[in-house]
Design a protein around this ligand. Structure first.
Ligand SMILES: C[S@@+](CC[C@H](N)C(=O)[O-])C[C@H]1O[C@@H](n2cnc3c(N)ncnc32)[C@H](O)[C@@H]1O
Length: 228
């Protein structure tokens, strides 16, 4: 049994009904062979998944419909982005964005990011981790499903290269504060700003961020770097 997956692998997501648009379905069928990587249960060198191996690799957990992923990847072609998402329509959508923008620096794993992090990513191999609007699981009895929980942040810290970063953004205040406690207590991570972070100018607004803003929820950002 794994330290990270809890007793019966408590999942951080529920499978949503996967009603895909015709366009997403066609993109998935046509492009997944080219840009999707199958999860493996042994470590691989993350750079080897990309056309340019030597570039740093940033991992995004739960990219949703992939809007921010594609925009960030287009703006920073010198960085490789590995997006992980369980929601098939989102994978279809990001695949079509990759093709439309001609991106060679994005790969996708259509699977559970916890398993990917645990089994496939070696220690000190990732330049950054993006966690944009992770599911907040607001009910107390569901907090154990949160992706920002101690066993997982320890794992994330270990997978980061020295000076690598973990960047989380949420519109759920209670989760933001709880995440700060968890991250402050994670060995090997240092809060870059000593409190909540200023918005990073390169981060585009995501779909869930727009939802939060429409509901008048403040957007809170946390930015940690790997130390020691
Ligand atoms: C609230 S949505 C945010 C999506 C996007 N980042 C945004 O800001 O619009 C959270 C996403 O994380 C995905 N997710 C949750 N747990 C995951 C896991 N263990 N592995 C991969 N994806 C996961 C969900 O499927 C969902 O699409």
């Amino acid at each position: 049994m794994s330290e990270y997956r809890d007793r019966d692998h408590i999942k951080s997501y529920v499978r949503r009904a996967t009603r895909m648009s015709e366009h997403q379905r066609r993109s998935y069928e046509r492009l997944s062979g080219r840009y999707c990587i199958r999860r493996k249960d042994t470590p691989i060198e993350p750079g080897s998944l990309f056309a340019h191996e030597e570039r740093p690799v940033v991992l995004e957990i739960g990219f949703g419909m992939g809007h921010a992923t594609a925009e960030i990847a287009a703006a920073t072609p010198g960085v490789n982005y590995l997006g992980i998402e369980v929601y098939k329509p989102g994978v279809g959508k990001l695949l079509s964005r990759i093709e439309d923008a001609g991106l060679d620096n994005v790969r996708i794993i259509h699977d559970d990011a916890i398993l990917v992090l645990e089994q496939m990513i070696p220690d000190e191999s990732i330049a950054g981790i993006h966690l944009f609007f992770p599911d907040p699981w607001p009910k107390k009895r569901h907090h154990k499903r949160r992706i920002v929980r101690p066993a997982l942040t320890r794992l994330m810290a270990r997978r980061l290269e020295p000076n690598g970063y973990l960047y989380m953004v949420t519109d759920w205040q209670e989760y933001a504060r709880a995440a700060m406690d968890v991250l402050d207590g994670t060995e090997g991570l240092r809060n870059r700003y000593g409190g909540f972070a200023p918005p990073q100018p390169w981060r585009p607004r995501t779909a869930f961020e727009r939802k939060g803003l429409r509901a008048d929820r403040p957007i809170l950002e946390l930015y940690y770097v790997r130390s020691g």
